[in-house]
Design a protein around this ligand. Structure first.
Ligand code: TXA
Ligand code: MG
Length: 309
């Protein structure tokens, strides 16, 4: 359902977000498909709705700097960029704060997190009223262009999501600029509305050559957690030297989902891989999973995790 942006629409959206649903909401860049970033299953449902064949780490949206600091560690350059460009179309990839409540699936298991404080009143209202950090990729089916109007979202995701908040066309129409800043330099990971020159002027640091080709290739190995141990797929039982990650009828040492629920499995995937890596067994095995729906994305991640050079 499309609802115009007003208090009642935000109230409806908050109810859905708290119930673990995803909601399409306008931002100043593009329309996002938002879910509670602390709820792994809610975030998995975003991937399911988009039909994404792989898990990319997602941007986490927060209402203000104080909240950003509960999720990420800001260095000096990041503080300057935050001061200058937040709220606005800038995303910063930062070290994840210790004890961050954000679900592993959001960061694809990485120890960094992409954070943005959006300026749009609808997204700001939803962030404040829900009290949750919101993971939000663009609200389009995988492989389609990003939506800048509610009607685009409906064309792309009709029947897959319960609510689209309509605030007219997105002002910028281009996804946020993404940078990774440390104390010595800033890397531009995705060009966007804020230019490299604006960024170097604001923090006085040189901009390193763009690595955007790395980031635009979906499912790039570098942007995901890969276990250090050998991993065997489609294992219906484990060897004594293997930590078995189960699914459905295959119980294992831990299970992606006892009930064979793929959404639950997607939410648990990176956590289970970390647990297996940290176990006292030298190898990992994973039970077979169906490939339908979000199962395809899980299979993609597992195939990458199993690949060894
Ligand atoms: O304008 C925008 O940024 C929109 C609106 C909805 O806010 N959002 C958006 O999100 O474009 P998304 O999830 O489609 O973009 C995520 C990008 C991906 O290219 C991903 O690889 C990168 O951010 N990213 C996220 N976390 C990262 C991390 N920890 N390290 C490196 N790259 C990361
Ligand atoms: Mg996108």
């Amino acid at each position: 359902m499309i609802r115009p942006f007003d208090d009642a629409a935000i109230e409806d959206a908050v109810t859905r977000i708290r119930a673990g649903e995803c909601v399409a909401v306008p931002t100043e860049t593009v329309y996002g498909l938002a879910a509670d970033a602390t709820n792994g299953e809610a975030v998995a449902s975003v991937y399911a709705a988009k039909g994404r064949p792989s898990f990319n780490p997602l941007i986490v949206h927060v209402p203000d700097l104080a909240t950003a600091k509960t999720l990420a560690d800001l260095n000096g350059a990041a503080e300057q960029l935050a001061e200058q460009f937040w709220p606005g179309p800038l995303t910063m990839v930062l070290p994840r704060a210790k004890n961050s409540p954000v679900a592993d699936i959001v960061t694809a298991g990485l120890d960094t997190i992409a954070i943005r404080i959006p300026a749009h009143p609808a997204m700001q209202a939803l962030l404040r009223a829900s009290g949750r950090p919101l993971a939000a990729p663009s609200a389009n089916a995988s492989g389609r262009i990003s939506p800048t109007q509610a009607a685009h979202v409906r064309q792309s995701l009709d029947g897959k999501i319960g609510l689209i908040i309509d605030a007219g066309p997105s002002g910028l129409g281009l996804e946020s600029t993404i940078v990774a800043a440390d104390d010595a330099s800033v890397r531009l990971l995705r060009p966007g509305p804020i230019t490299a020159d604006q960024i170097s002027d604001a923090c006085g640091l040189a901009i390193e050559a763009s690595k955007s080709e790395m980031i635009t290739a979906p499912g790039q190995l570098e942007t995901h957690y890969a276990p250090a141990k050998p991993l065997r797929l489609d294992a219906s039982s484990g060897e004594p030297d293997e930590w078995l990650i189960g699914f459905g009828a295959v119980a294992g040492d831990a299970s992606l989902s006892d009930t064979g629920d793929l959404i639950e499995a997607a939410a648990n995937l990176f956590g289970c891989l970390h647990e297996a890596d940290a176990s006292d067994r030298p190898k990992i095995a994973v039970a077979p999973l169906p490939r339908d729906g979000i199962g395809e994305a899980i299979a993609d991640r597992l195939a990458r995790a199993a690949h060894r050079d």
